[in-house]
Write a protein that binds this ligand. Structure first.
Ligand code: DX5
Ligand code: ZN
Length: 210
């Protein structure tokens, strides 16, 4: 199981120290919010560029923004290794998949809790990861929605059929208990914000999740 600490719950007054605390994790998850697609505003490309200098971890950028095509290039130039956009935010997912692929960056699609798996099934062979939101996007520290487990199972069945390399990423409300449920349902990557960062020992939390 790969762990992707979400820096949304990190100390933004000292990001360098924050990311050192989670250096044992394979990925760093970066939550980008625009105050339009979700009711919160967070991280611009300039922050990704700053982080890139201080870590070799995989920078997994989660775009919770309207019109992802307009800004994804900036996040790639800033040093993102993986870009995930929301299916609900675009009318032309194929174009976005191609735009990201053409830069050699890994591509993911995310679905919100009320979006069904059918909306993305045709894109499964073309992408590297699906990010299943297990809370309403916008804020850290929310409770895991168990309704996401059936979706993870459904995507896992699609992975077996159409794309054995696909990673299933789960994001929101992850702790030791919900992590286990996600693993059993077929997840490969767990995003965890508050569980990891609101702790005196983030590296122990990462180990526990793994
Ligand atoms: C929510 C973000 C999540 C968030 C998870 O919109 O996409 O990545 O940081 O935070 P926790 O782990 O606290 O639910
Ligand atoms: Zn996220």
């Amino acid at each position: 199981m790969k762990i992707a600490p979400s820096i949304l719950s990190a100390d933004f007054g000292n990001l360098e120290r924050s990311i050192k605390l989670v250096k044992d994790a394979e990925w760093l998850h970066i939550d980008v919010m625009d105050g339009h697609f979700v009711p919160n505003i967070t991280i611009g490309p300039i922050v990704v560029k700053g982080l890139r200098k201080y870590t070799k971890q995989v920078l997994d950028t989660h775009l919770m923004i309207s019109d992802p095509a307009k800004y994804l290039g900036n996040y790639i130039e800033a040093g993102s290794d993986r870009i995930t956009f929301h299916i609900e935010a675009t009318s032309n997912p194929l174009e976005i998949i191609k735009m990201i692929r053409n830069t050699g960056t890994k591509v993911g699609i995310s679905i919100k809790p009320n979006t069904c798996v059918d909306t993305i099934s045709e894109f499964i062979p073309l992408i590297d990861q699906v990010l299943v939101m297990s809370v309403e996007p916008g804020f850290g520290g929310q409770k895991f929605m168990t309704s996401s487990l059936d979706k993870i199972k459904a995507i896992s069945a699609l992975r077996d059929k159409f794309n054995s390399e696909l990673l299933i990423v789960v994001d929101g409300g992850i702790n030791q208990e919900t992590a286990l449920l996600c693993k059993e349902a077929g997840a490969n990557v767990l995003v965890a914000g508050s569980y990891v960062f609101n702790s005196n020992n983030p590296s122990e939390k990462i180990k526990a999740l793994r």
